[in-house]
Design a protein around this ligand. Sequence first.
Ligand code: C2E
Ligand code: MG
Ligand code: MG
Length: 702
Amino acid sequence: MDLTSAEIKNSPDEPSRAAEPGEFDYFDLIEDANDIIYTIDLYGRLTFLNKAAERITGYSRQEALGAQIGDWLDPESRRLSDEMLQQKLGGCPRTTYEVTLRAKDGRRIFLEVSTRLLFRQGIPAGIQGIARDITGRKRAETLERDRNRVLELVASAEPLEGVLRELCLMVERQLSGVRCSIFVLRDDRLLPAAGLDRSCGLHENPPPAVAVDLRRVPIQSQAGVLLGELLLERSGSAAEPEHERTVLEAALRLAVVAIEQRQLTESLAYRATHDPLTGLPNRSLFERNLEQALAEARRHGRALAVLFIDLDRFKQINDSLGHLAGDQVLVQAARRLHACLRRSDLLARMGGDEFTAVITDLSDTRDAARVAEKLLAAFQEPFLWEDQELFVTASIGVSLYPRDGRDAAALQRNADVAMYRAKSRGRNAFEFFAPELAAAAQHRLQIENSLRKALDTGEFRLYYHPQVDRSGRLAAYEALLVWDHPTLGLTPPSQFIPVAEESGMIVPLGAWAIQEACRQCALWQRQGLPRAAVAVNISAVQFARHDFVETVAQALSASGLDPTLLELELTENVVLRHLEESARQMQRLRALGVSIAIDDFGTGYSSLSYLRHLPLDVLKMDQSFLQGGGGRPIAMPLVEAIIALAHGLGLQVVAEGVETREHFEALRAAGCDRFQGYLWGEPLTAEAATRLLADGPPTPTS
Ligand code: C2E
Ligand code: MG
Ligand code: MG
């Protein structure tokens, strides 16, 4: 039952009529149309096609006529077009739907078809259709959808391999007949990360064993650094250079984002556990390792020694020769200490000039003494600094498991006590812990006891450390607690905050700091001084309390402070402990109008993905990002990445510990929003802070 062109107009309401000579020729109109115009019989065989069909599908009319149209359609499209036929037979005169069709060269074409039934003598005899090529639009849409899916994965902290696998699938969906694999550069080697190990079953049309075309495309960061390689294997189907270029560009950009995100996360994790200057494990990693070593010793009934190593008169080097010299000594000292130990021993830098070593597998106490002697001997040779010989010694305290303590805290405390003993005996020596030495621990108790009284007798002060904005204008003050101790003098927070936290005293003490900061800031406003916010540090113990929001609300109302001038600084570890509860607590605080900052970002378990889930305003980068490079920040690429990420999340970035002009300039160029550090002086008393506000911006001191 072939239909001819003359019958195309066949339908019950529009009786067939052949073109009269001289009359307008509808056939030309159909032939030259841009869209495909075709007819099929009820068995799905093509009975008529115009020129556009040849051009779009690549099949000649000879090949096409009589062919089963279903053979060219994707399975899903075939199902849809059958369904549409049923609808038409059921009385629906016209249907419009989208199908995908394989062109002769294997390309996938998206068509929007509009069809209706054809009748012969009132009986359905076939279908007439107009199909518009919407491939371009469809591709753009699906590419956009795929792209967003991959980006979602990146942001959801999916492992890199998973993200890249999705990326390969995206490329394969977009480019028919192509197989995609991705290699990532690790330790100077390109390692397969996704694509190669997938089974062929995943592919709709498995490519033949021998690829006809192989393309390797480097994956490069914006700065031109090679990150990996993308491999395209093409089987039989023809390339479409322009489309391929679009897809490849999108894929490469996504690959860069995914790989850089992972590098950033890894380097943050490394930074969180290592000292940037010496590369040794830091305190937090050390404590974890010590716990493990203790568990091991307990299991096997072995002894273990903890050695506290403190350089003697290190401060003098720092003060007389500068920080660069101090840094050099620390790096060299770390190397020498490391060289004295076995692989199974542990060494860490605890901060400043303090190192800790753990000697595992001790057969008797004399072993520990021998190691301590060896460590001291490592300092006999002078250290070199710019042709100068520097003589540096160390004092070492030793505690033994199980004799001097059964847990990590007791062993560390007692090694510390023993180290002080070595110092007080003239330095350059080691001491074993002895119970009599525990008296030092009494000191801590004293602090704890006098803490209670100190709040009542008004011994605490707030000092104010300026923060400037990008134009150097005074933008805020960080309020820092100081204890004006009757006998010890001005005592910095590091000496009493931990004790206050342990004893719970931090709750009333912290509440006082909030009230006092609010009172002072409100007073500045009433005195008509320029607007400057005040940032207050909040400890975990305070934040976890149910009445904390109430405490802040009361401080605000009692002082009358504009809440937008109050910023609360929380550390990562505080908010990460109970993420959901933290987010709720932060939400309540923000409802008061105050802003929330993450303090010391980069020292904890810095996870980028959790930031998205928290209602934050400010990210305060830790000082350690700026250390170790002399005047210049060494971790600049990391700093830039963090700033970009924070801005992407709508956060302001504050840099802390800005000590040199170079720091300031580099950070400003990287887009940092606020700056705090000794470059503008040390924290000020309330009176000095008031004067500074009145007098205008602080000028850098170096
Ligand atoms: P933080 O919140 O990270 O405060 C910044 C610390 O870095 C301050 O030390 C500040 O003086 C110091 N600093 C600022 N700029 C520079 C610089 O350029 N170079 C160097 N080397 N240091 C700089 P501070 O006053 O000793 O405070 C230590 C920590 O004590 C604070 O760290 C904070 O965690 C805690 N703290 C201070 N006040 C309070 C408080 O009221 N409540 C609670 N819970 N903690 C507080
Ligand atoms: Mg702070
Ligand atoms: Mg900080």
